[in-house]
Ligand binder design. Structure first.
Ligand code: GLU
Length: 556
């Protein structure tokens, strides 16, 4: 009797403020009504000022799974680790999700207000909720206050190391686990700093069988560590907070990084001690990259591509990043896209089966660029213009100005080899490529050194170049159709000893200096400074007579 009296006193000292009861909370957050197979998933980032591409990957997978089944995907901000937190960042996460078209049904939205019935969705605003359950565990003798100082914990670690025993706060090492209520009361009266630990009933020598949705059947040792569930500042640790939240918020599937897999026995124990049904867990492999011959995790410190802001700065369309991630998640996405070139990628059905076979997806820039080129090739010139302008307004002001000043001209330039024609250009992988791809349309004072020209047109006599340009200028008519234009190029070819078709040239190569493609190349190089460009006729048409003649006259 006296013992429970003292215990009540302890709990009163630990939690002097009134708290809701577990029953209150069950009433406030009733179980969600689910139809068979409906998934409730979430993304639960800690606001560190940095969003890893791996978090976007996990968010995409979780969102698609929820929405494919008519379920709910929500955003929960795990901001109880004050050391890691940077203020104002939670909204950046919501904004990033919105930017990439990952729709949240609940949580704090990009514009800053919260939606959903299970909030608040920010852990720092749920402290009383966690304390309710910490108090419950104390009452059930499944938790206890621990007054060990940092120095004592360090000494314990040293001792464990010297004896070569497993590190941690467990069994005989758990100094405050079985202290009497009097001792605890005295420590509290002395004002000693404390944390609250979970009192584990596990035995490390026992193995538990785990069915992970992604890793499959695995065995792990039971947890016997008396892990901290409430820190000295009154805030919960991740272990406790996520268990409470995933229960009250009705999560059915937790998809999270596989660094949490070893803690799963602890998390299952916490669920059991609250008498709650745990959600299903799926632990996802981190995205990796090749370094030399070996694979390693994408590193926040070493790899710029680990940070999602990198893709925005580079100007990858958001669709390209999303489709690349879908491709990493389910390798059959590529085949699906091939057969459904115009479908919204939401029609693609993401599966756990395909996900689990991809152990440690490998980041591949070539693949991202290829996907991005295909996606940009599907946009109209209007879309390319608008999306590129949005990008330039943020990352290249000067180019944005050029684009706005030359709106019609830019749209014509961007319309060369666009959708609908037989040849669609697939050489643009990101918005930051466009400036370079269109520069020759703007540099009317373009002045290429003779040496440069000679290098790009090897084997062509400079005198011939002069004469060929001269003949072209004389016969050039801006309103020629493509066929008429090409006939003229063929005629010039014949006049200067070049075959007017590649076929004819190949039949008798010794008879000619070259073929019609070499003649076209002269104009390509002189007008653009390059040996490879989209369709030359279209380029001349867009440049217009004045610019064409001005550029060519430099070489006459
Ligand atoms: N806040 C945890 C993290 O950022 C979330 C893990 C989870 O999804 O449960 O790693």
């Amino acid at each position: 009797m006296e013992e429970s009296e003292n215990k009540r006193k302890i709990i009163k000292i630990l939690f002097p403020q009134p708290l809701p009861t577990p029953e209150d909370l069950e009433k406030k957050y009733p179980a969600r009504k689910l139809i068979d197979g409906t998934m409730i998933t979430r993304i639960a980032p800690s606001p560190t000022g940095f969003m890893h591409i791996g978090s976007l990957y996990t968010a995409l997978i979780s969102e698609r799974l929820a929405h494919q089944t008519g379920g709910v995907f929500y955003l929960r901000i795990e901001d109880t680790d004050k050391k890691r937190e940077i203020s104002g960042v939670s909204n950046l996460i919501a904004q990033a999700l919105e930017h990439y078209g990952i729709k949240i049904d609940e949580g704090e939205t990009a514009s800053g207000f919260e939606i959903g019935q299970y909030g608040p969705y920010k852990q720092s605003q749920r402290v009383k909720i966690y304390q309710t359950y910490i108090k419950f565990l104390l009452e059930k003798n499944l938790a206890y206050p621990c007054f060990s100082t940092n120095q004592e914990l360090e000494e314990m670690r040293d001792m464990q190391e010297s004896k070569s025993v497993r590190p941690g706060y467990y069994k005989q090492w758990a100094k405050w686990r079985d202290r009497s209520d009097e001792e605890v009361l005295n420590a509290l009266k002395e004002g000693k700093k404390f944390v609250i630990r979970f009192k584990s009933g596990g035995d490390f020598d026992n193995k538990i069988l785990i069915q992970d949705i992604l890793l499959g059947k695995r065995e792990l040792p039971e947890n016997d560590q008396d892990i901290v569930i409430m820190k000295s500042n009154g805030l919960p640790t991740y272990h406790l907070a996520h268990v409470v939240d995933d229960h009250l918020m009705g999560t059915t599937h937790v998809i999270r990084g596989n660094e949490w897999f070893p803690s799963l026995p602890l998390h299952l124990q916490l669920f059991a001690s609250m008498r709650w049904q745990p959600p299903q867990y799926g632990h996802i492999f981190p995205i990796q990259k090749m370094e030399g011959q070996s694979k390693r995790k994408l590193s926040k410190r070493k790899d710029h591509e680990a940070n999602i802001s990198y893709y925005e700065k580079q100007g990858y369309p958001t669709d390209a990043v999303m489709e690349y991630l879908l491709n990493l998640a389910n390798s059959n996405f590529e085949e699906w896209r091939k057969h459904n070139p115009d479908e919204n990628n939401r029609k693609f059905k993401l599966t756990f089966e395909k996900l689990s076979s991809s152990n440690g997806p490998l980041f591949d820039f070539n693949k991202l660029n290829d996907i991005s080129k295909e996606i940009i090739a599907r946009y109209s010139s209007e879309e390319v213009y608008c999306k590129c302008l949005d990008w330039a307004k943020k990352y290249d002001h000067q180019f944005a100005e050029t684009m706005e000043k030359n709106l019609d001209y830019m749209k014509k330039i961007l319309n060369i080899e666009r959708r609908g024609g037989t040849n669609v250009r697939k050489d643009i992988g990101k918005w930051s490529n466009i400036k370079k791809e269109v520069e020759y349309f703007f540099d009317t004072d373009f002045n290429m050194a003779i040496d440069d020209i000679a290098q790009k047109l090897p084997g062509i006599n400079p005198e011939d170049i002069n004469n060929i340009v001269d003949s072209f200028i004389k016969s050039y008519n801006e309103s020629d159709s493509k066929d008429e234009w090409f006939e003229k190029i063929k005629k010039i070819s014949r006049a200067y000893g070049y075959a007017d078709s590649i076929k004819i040239f190949k039949e008798n190569p010794n008879k000619y200096k070259g073929n019609v493609a070499d003649i076209a190349k002269i104009f390509r190089v002189l007008l653009t400074g390059r040996t490879q460009t989209p369709d030359l006729y279209s380029i001349m048409l867009v440049l217009g007579k004045d610019r064409v003649l001005k550029k060519l006259s430099v070489f006459k």
